[in-house]
Write a protein that binds this ligand. Structure first.
Ligand code: AN0
Ligand code: CP
Length: 312
């Protein structure tokens, strides 16, 4: 595999999930594969899990790792061609990407949606800038539109914990005080559409996601109705897509409580705001899978790095 930029880069999902499970059982098995190779990661936004789990994955494969908080410590990058660079930007993506390509063998990029300009976010200028100008494989560590490493870890988690052949999975919008991107929800939906699950989405009116992603997945605006019979409840906030980047409602009645959850398992990508998105008690209960999801991030990343290393 050359790049991992979206869940569409997963060729045969069932095989991938098996292989990720094998890596989880024996994380050191391929520790010579990455010997002498370097993973570079550039973070334009904050991270706990992605940064550490992907680093751990690379270490398990015997790679060296270089990480840079690019948002705070890198030169402000220019992405447009032909610009007279007499403003804020000090360096062009054309130089930056080619320079980094000399230091690393695989490059991870985290660059969230700015949530101000839909067209600009949808152009994925940071991720695409590195894809175009770097000469090494690129891994998406959450871009404007997707978080495919998270979705792969989520799929692993559902595969491990499901108790029926075709579980019901509900993606529910939850309140949040700040505008959040659509990336996690987008990739989760795309992933679940490929899994043997019954997926439904619930959100207040006005929080419709991109209909090219939702497709014919059922959307139910009544949360209680959507949650009926759920095996997995995946909570996530996102800002409005239509009224791009706006927080239209923070209605606390959409928070996930133990009562709403019933007997279902609770999932969230983290970081999560307790008693805003979900009751603290749910996170403390045996029904919460959030810590296991975060653990699976290591093996999802390890599988992706392994596949790229094998094709170098
Ligand atoms: C980010 C988001 O919602 O996309 C990262 C989640 C992995 N979350 C926050 O900014 C709180
Ligand atoms: N879930 C996730 O990607 O977490 P971080 O933002 O901490 O990396």
């Amino acid at each position: 595999m050359k790049n991992y930029t979206s869940v569409n880069d997963i060729t045969h999902l069932a095989h991938w999930l098996n292989e990720a499970g094998e890596l989880k059982n024996n994380p050191q098995k391929y520790r010579h594969l990455g010997s002498g190779k370097t993973l570079g990661m550039l973070f334009f936004n904050n991270s706990l899990r992605t940064r550490l789990s992907t680093q751990k994955a690379a270490l398990n494969l015997g790679m060296e790792v270089m990480v840079m908080n690019f948002g705070k410590e890198g030169w402000a990058l220019e992405f447009a061609d032909g610009t007279i660079m007499d403003g804020e930007s000090a360096e062009h993506i054309r130089e930056a990407a080619r320079v980094v390509s000399q230091y690393c063998d695989i490059l991870g990029i985290r660059a969230f949606a700015g949530l101000k300009n839909k067209l600009e976010d949808e152009s994925e200028k940071v991720l695409h800038g590195f894809l175009e100008h770097a000469s090494i494989p690129v891994v998406n560590l959450e871009s404007s539109l997707g978080h495919p490493l998270q979705a792969l870890a989520d799929a692993m988690t559902i595969e491990e914990y499901k108790t029926s052949k075709r579980p019901k999975v509900v993606l529910t919008w939850t309140p949040h005080p700040r505008p959040l991107p659509h990336a996690v929800a987008n990739s989760f939906i795309r992933m679940m559409q490929r899994m043997p699950v019954d997926l439904c989405i619930t959100h207040p009116v006005g929080y419709e996601l991109n209909n090219r992603i939702v497709g014919d997945t059922p959307v139910i605006n009544d949360q209680n109705q959507a949650l009926k019979g759920a095996d997995f409840v995946y909570a996530k906030n996102w800002s409005s897509y239509e009224d791009y980047g706006s927080v239209l409602s923070t209605d606390p009645s959409w928070m996930i409580s133990g009562e709403k959850l019933g007997t279902a398992s609770f999932m969230h990508c983290l970081p999560v705001r307790r008693n805003v998105v979900v009751e603290g008690a749910v996170l403390e209960s045996g029904q919460s899978l959030v810590i296991e999801q975060a653990n699976n991030r290591t093996f999802a990343a390890q599988l992706v790095l392994k596949k790229i290393l094998e094709s170098l």
